[in-house]
Design a protein around this ligand. Structure first.
Ligand code: FAD
Length: 392
């Protein structure tokens, strides 16, 4: 791979992947006058909402662009959330922010609103376009993709890999994805509950973890960890979920009619670098973790915000190439903090032996203090990276 030393002649940036990260990065680039092209391999969006929450810092970012209102109108604020399924909630309403809450909003709605904004700013979104190749020279990066059975090549000043945890861009750029493979599997079930438990119910015991959250369509999301079902290739079915819920709560909560049953691993990985020459990584392509605490989508949009203006400044010639390194250094440091936070949470969730349970009790005790709540709360909310915020 070569490193660019001169400003590019092309005004195009190719963004691979139209998830939340790619959509916000593309919108930021277009806002700054750059020709932004998104290549997305899917033709239709997934009907399943993975993320359900937007954190205070993400809402602040949207507000910086006068873009937050449609999200606020579509979501519901919740003043408290959990860290590692601790019994003591993290309260956002005591934090110093314009948005002292987490916004409950399904990822499907978030993506639809982000796409609307990107299209409105003139982003060229090409669907059914799967990226298969990447080539860099001193002056350009060429992205190869397949669309409708034909191979296409697109020259650009920069390529952004926002193509998720199995990122082809990361692979093609030869960037190692450092960390650990999955050794534990959690589950998610979106179901109807005839007898739902109290709002905010969460149970953590040595024999499993369960959190129940209401969904906008009247269903509930059951998420958790069942130590009795930990083989990698097992699929979740309704009866297994029913048995687990019965064991944890003493009743099956009247669960029926699932719209989504799935499992996820606890792999925790961070890209060795977020930049190689003219290729930048962001979002899940750069960091993956057990989806706990509601952080991945938020981290992706925050990456995209840090990337957008810098990539635009480089492409338009107003900043030297080390502005791209600033992005890579700043957001990789954030990725390291994300790794610490999510590893801590998955250890807290799976606490089973006396010493691990004692650590949970200690965290609960700390979180009950204003200082402890502010420390963990600002971390979860994305508000403790003061240097990053100063750069927008
Ligand atoms: C069960 C579950 C619950 C979660 N809950 C939360 C939560 O509450 N809060 C939170 O913040 N996060 C949560 N997350 C994480 C969140 O969903 C992800 O972090 C987020 O989707 C990452 O966004 P992204 O845009 O980086 O990647 P993705 O959303 O994965 O988007 C990547 C896109 O790239 C496309 N693509 C892939 N390869 C190619 C290719 N070769 N060519 C072209 N396109 C390609 C894909 O089709 C996809 O559209 C959860 C995840 C799971 C699994």
């Amino acid at each position: 791979m070569t490193t660019p030393t001169a400003h590019p002649t092309s005004n195009t940036v190719v963004i691979v992947g139209a998830g939340p990260t790619g959509l916000w990065a593309a919108a930021e680039l277009a806002l700054a006058g750059v020709h932004a092209v998104i290549l997305e391999k899917r033709v239709e969006r997934s009907p399943h909402a993975r993320a359900l929450g937007m954190m205070p810092r993400t809402l602040e970012i949207l507000a910086l662009r006068d873009a937050v209102e449609p999200f606020l109108a579509a979501g519901r604020p919740v003043p408290a959330w959990h860290f590692g399924l601790l019994e003591q909630s993290v309260r956002f309403d005591t934090l110093t922010t314009q948005f002292p809450y987490m916004l409950l909003i399904p990822q499907t709605t978030t993506e639809a609103l982000l796409e609307q904004r990107a299209r409105g700013l003139g982003v060229d979104i090409r669907t059914g376009a799967e990226v298969t190749g990447l080539d860099q020279t001193d002056s350009t990066v060429t992205v190869t993709y397949l669309q409708a059975g034909r191979t296409h090549h697109l020259d650009a000043a920069l390529a952004v890999g926002s193509d998720g945890g199995r990122s082809a861009v990361r692979e093609l750029a030869g960037i190692p994805f450092e960390g650990e493979a999955s050794s534990a599997w959690g589950f998610v079930g979106d179901v109807h509950l005839d007898a739902p438990p109290a709002p905010g119910t969460r149970i953590v015991r040595p024999d499993g973890a369960l959190i129940v959250a209401p969904l906008p369509d009247g269903r509930h999301r059951l998420t958790g960890w069942d130590p009795e079902h930990q083989s990698a290739d097992e699929e979740l079915d309704l009866e297994t979920l029913r048995g687990f819920v019965q064991r944890m709560t003493g009743t099956d909560l009247g669960l029926r009619d699932p719209s989504w049953l799935s499992r996820f691993g606890d792999a925790n990985r961070l890209a060795a670098t977020f930049r190689r020459g003219r290729v930048l990584l962001a979002g899940d392509a750069a960091h993956i973790h057990w989806p706990t605490g509601g952080l991945g989508l938020n981290a992706g949009i925050q990456d995209a915000m840090g990337l957008g203006w810098r990539a635009a400044a480089f492409v338009r010639g107003s900043q030297p190439e080390n502005v791209l390194d600033d992005y890579a250094v700043e957001r990789r440091a954030f990725g390291e903090a994300l790794r610490t936070s999510t590893l801590t949470q998955s250890a807290l969730i799976r606490a089973a032996d006396p010493s691990a349970l004692a650590i949970r009790a200690t965290f609960n005790r700390l979180l009950a203090t204003p200082e402890g709540n502010a420390s963990i709360g600002n971390w979860l909310a994305g508000l403790d990276d003061g240097e990053v915020q100063g750069n927008y």
